[in-house]
Design a protein around this ligand. Structure first.
Ligand code: SF4
Length: 324
C-alpha cells in the first residue's frame, strides 16, 4: 500500500482492508470485486491481486503463515527482494537487507556513491553491504536487526530527505557521512531520467439512461484489469465524430454535453481525456459480460479506478457523496 504513497494517505485504506480481511484465510477467499474496490485510489492494482494469490499459496502450502526465510518468501507471488528483506528483518529479526528508495538514498549519501540509483546492480551491492555488515560484526540479535532496518527506513523518510534537502544537523550519521562532509547532498543520489511516458489521447462517453450509467468492464488481463470504466476510445473525437462513433455502437444520443477534460498519469502512460455526457432514451442490446447498466447506488460498490475520479466526482458517485 505504501508504494509511492504517503503513510497518512494509506492509514484509512489499511484499516478498512484489515477489517475486511483480518487474516490470510479471509484474503485468500476474497471476492475480486470487493478486493479491487477496497484498493481503489491506491493504483498499481496488480499488487492487491498478487496479495490474494500469495494468500492462496500460503493457505495451500504453508498452513496460512509466511515462511521464515527470505529466499522462500521471494518465491511467493508479489514478493520481491525488498518486501522479503523487510519482513525477514523486521518481523523475524533475520540478518537480511531491506533496501527501498529511502534506504538507497541514505546509503548512497553516506558512502558518497554517484552511481545511478535506478541501476539494480547498485541496489544489489548495497544489500550485500548490509548483510556483510551483519556477518563481519557477527550481529544476530533479532531486536537489533529489526530496529536498525526500521531506523534506516525512517531516517530516509524523515531526515535524509530527497531533492538536496537533508536535515544533516539532526542526523546521527552526520560526522561520518561523506556526502554531508563534502557538500554533495544536492548531487547524490544521482537518478537518471524516467523513461519517456507514452501519452494517449482518449474520449470518454458517460452514457446515462434515466438515472443509470452504462459502464464497461475492462479485460481480465492488462492495465486496470477487470475494473469498470466509462466507455471510451483511445482517440480524441469532436462532437460530430463522437456522435458518429456512438451511432456505430448502436447508441442514439438524445443529448450530448461536454464534460471537463482530465488527465491521469500511470507509471509509463498518461491518459489525456476529453469526455461527453450522453443522454439516451433507449439502449441497444449489449453483452452483459462486458457492460453493465448500473444505478448510482450499485455503482458505488463497483471497482472503478481513480483514473475516472473527475467524472465520479462530477456526478457525486464516490461513497458518502449524496449529490445527484
Ligand atoms: S548526514 Fe545528511 S546526507 Fe548524510 S545520511 Fe544524514 S541526513 Fe543524509
Amino acid at each position: 500500500m505504501l508504494q509511492q504513497t504517503r503513510v497518512e494517505a494509506v492509514i484509512s485504506y489499511y484499516e478498512r482492508f484489515r477489517k475486511q480481511y483480518p487474516d490470510v484465510e479471509s484474503l485468500a477467499k476474497a471476492d475480486e470485486e470487493t478486493l479491487l474496490r477496497l484498493w481503489e485510489g491506491l493504483g498499481y492494482y496488480s499488487r492487491v491481486r498478487n496479495m490474494k494469490k500469495c494468500a492462496q499459496v500460503l493457505m495451500e502450502r504453508y498452513n496460512g503463515t509466511l515462511p521464515e526465510n527470505k529466499e522462500e518468501m521471494m518465491k511467493l507471488p508479489g514478493i520481491g527482494s525488498y518486501t522479503a528483506g523487510a519482513v525477514s528483518a523486521i518481523a523475524y529479526g533475520l540478518p537480511e537487507a531491506a533496501v527501498d528508495g529511502n534506504v538507497l538514498r541514505v546509503l548512497a549519501r553516506l558512502f558518497a556513491i554517484r552511481d545511478d540509483i535506478r541501476d539494480l546492480k547498485l541496489k544489489k551491492e548495497l544489500e550485500n553491504t548490509i548483510t556483510d555488515f551483519y556477518q563481519k560484526n557477527r550481529i544476530s540479535d533479532p531486536e537489533y536487526i529489526s530496529d536498525l532496518t526500521q531506523a534506516l527506513m525512517e531516517l530516509g523518510a524523515t531526515v535524509c530527505l530527497p531533492s538536496g534537502r537533508p536535515l544533516c544537523e539532526k542526523c546521527p550519521f552526520s560526522s561520518d557521512c561523506k556526502a554531508c562532509r563534502e557538500s554533495l547532498t544536492d548531487v547524490i543520489p544521482f537518478r537518471s531520467r524516467d523513461r519517456d511516458r507514452r501519452i494517449v489521447d482518449r474520449t470518454l462517453f458517460v452514457i446515462r439512461h434515466e438515472d443509470d450509467f452504462l459502464l464497461h468492464r475492462r479485460p481480465s488481463e492488462g492495465l486496470l484489469a477487470g475494473m469498470y470504466e466509462f466507455i471510451g476510445i483511445d482517440r480524441k473525437l469532436n462532437r460530430e465524430e463522437a456522435l458518429h462513433h456512438l451511432k456505430d455502437m448502436g447508441i442514439e444520443a438524445k443529448e450530448l454535453n461536454a464534460l471537463p477534460p482530465s488527465r491521469h498519469v500511470f507509471t509509463h502512460l498518461e491518459w489525456r481525456m476529453e469526455a461527453y455526457e450522453i443522454l439516451v432514451e433507449e439502449l441497444p442490446e449489449f453483452d452483459r459480460s462486458e457492460y453493465i447498466l448500473t444505478d448510482r447506488h450499485q455503482l458505488q460498490s463497483l471497482a472503478v479506478p481513480s483514473a475516472f475520479r473527475t467524472y465520479l466526482n462530477h456526478y457525486g458517485l464516490r461513497k458518502g457523496d449524496k449529490r445527484k
